[in-house]
Design a protein around this ligand. Structure first.
Ligand SMILES: C[C@](O)(CO)[C@H](O)COP(=O)(O)OP(=O)(O)OC[C@H]1O[C@@H](n2ccc(N)nc2=O)[C@H](O)[C@@H]1O
Ligand SMILES: Nc1ncnc2c1ncn2[C@@H]1O[C@H](COP(=O)(O)OP(=O)(O)OP(=O)(O)O)[C@@H](O)[C@H]1O
Length: 290
């Protein structure tokens, strides 16, 4: 069976406070891109997980998110563990704010759950989703996406509670150019460098529009810039290219994205960035919304 573990982008990310456990309360819009990691999974006598592709070397063998998800899944449902041969083509940059490890885990969890509980109702899926926060703050929302419960989500809280809801969207620009300056960034370190006032809580949009997004931000952008000064060059390139709707950091970075309505303009920027900036990873893709 072939799976795609779709990359995520945070179209906006606000932080409204911090809990006693050190986790921050987020308000964020999550979208997923056509682009992602490719996973081939099938039954086997023993479990093996092999990584290949551009970013395979960044994964520590035995400490990958899929192994953790498999162990957790069989234990959680008190099922006899089964073995799988899993091959991952690691296309998503690692520790890059694009949620690659999370998405690999969520794609495999969705596959296992659909196999074991083919008749599961949406309510059963949501119960399952809410149990997965211990695997990582973004696992619940990524699982909701990979189980087909929505495409674009509003997330509230630390992420681990699974408090997320699908959003209706209207007239969203969908052409994305993802850019990573080639420097891995730890999410914990970016949060630790967060300074200034938190965002005031806002209401989730009834319908997500470009206008709503224009009045939001990614609060982690300044902290990421402090840790990766090369981001300043990237922001400058984006600012000089006036053809996009907006650009922003995704998650805790260091990946950024520029958003276009027009596919050809997005392709042109992508080509220009690839030609002029060696060492930067650049990918033209689209967000999934239907
Ligand atoms: C910021 C986002 O990238 C937005 O998509 C994510 O919520 C981060 O999700 P993630 O990578 O799955 O994060 P985790 O692995 O659970 O957490 C890594 C570290 O980030 C910090 N962290 C994460 C999520 C959150 N709501 N508050 C935090 O302060 C904590 O220091 C935590 O130890
Ligand atoms: N399958 C995997 N793919 C990518 N990273 C993995 C995987 N398994 C474990 N990791 C580890 O997880 C850490 C975070 O990588 P990942 O790419 O998932 O996060 P991220 O881009 O920071 O995501 P987020 O947007 O959630 O902050 C890295 O240190 C990496 O070594």
């Amino acid at each position: 069976m072939k799976l795609t573990a779709h990359a995520k982008v945070n179209l906006m990310l606000h932080v409204t406070g911090k809990g006693e456990d050190g986790y921050h309360y987020l308000q964020s819009v999550f979208a997923f891109t056509q682009f992602g990691d490719d996973i081939i999974i099938g039954p086997a006598m023993t479990t093996t997980i092999a990584f290949s592709g551009e970013f395979a070397n960044f994964i520590e063998p035995g400490k990958d998110s899929i192994s953790q998800a498999l162990d957790w899944y069989f234990d959680h449902f008190k099922l006899a563990p089964r073995s799988y041969r899993i091959e991952v083509t690691k296309n998503i940059p690692v520790a890059a704010g694009l949620g690659g490890g999370t998405s690999d885990a969520a794609a495999v969890l969705a596959y296992l759950f659909r196999h074991d509980y083919p008749q599961a109702t949406a309510a059963m899926c949501w119960d399952f989703i809410k149990e997965t926060g211990g695997l990582g703050a973004d696992v619940p929302v990524s699982l909701a996406f990979h189980l087909g419960l929505g495409k674009i989500f509003w997330v509230e809280g630390s992420g681990r509670e699974g408090s997320c809801q699908p959003l209706k969207v209207r007239d969203l620009a969908r052409q994305f150019v993802l850019v990573n300056p080639g420097v891995p960034l730890s999410t914990a370190e970016v949060f630790a460098n967060l300074e200034g006032r938190f965002d005031p809580p806002i209401q989730p949009p009834e319908i997500l529009t470009q206008d709503f997004l224009r009045h939001t931000r990614n609060i982690l952008q300044a902290a990421a810039l402090k840790l990766v000064p090369d981001l300043a060059k990237l922001f400058m390139v984006f600012m000089l290219d006036r053809s996009f709707s907006y650009f922003r950091l995704s998650g805790s970075g260091a990946s950024c994205f520029a958003v276009y309505k027009d596919r050809r303009r997005a392709e042109a920027l992508s080509k220009k960035l690839k030609e002029n900036n060696r060492g930067w990873w650049v990918k033209k893709t689209e967000i999934l919304w239907k």
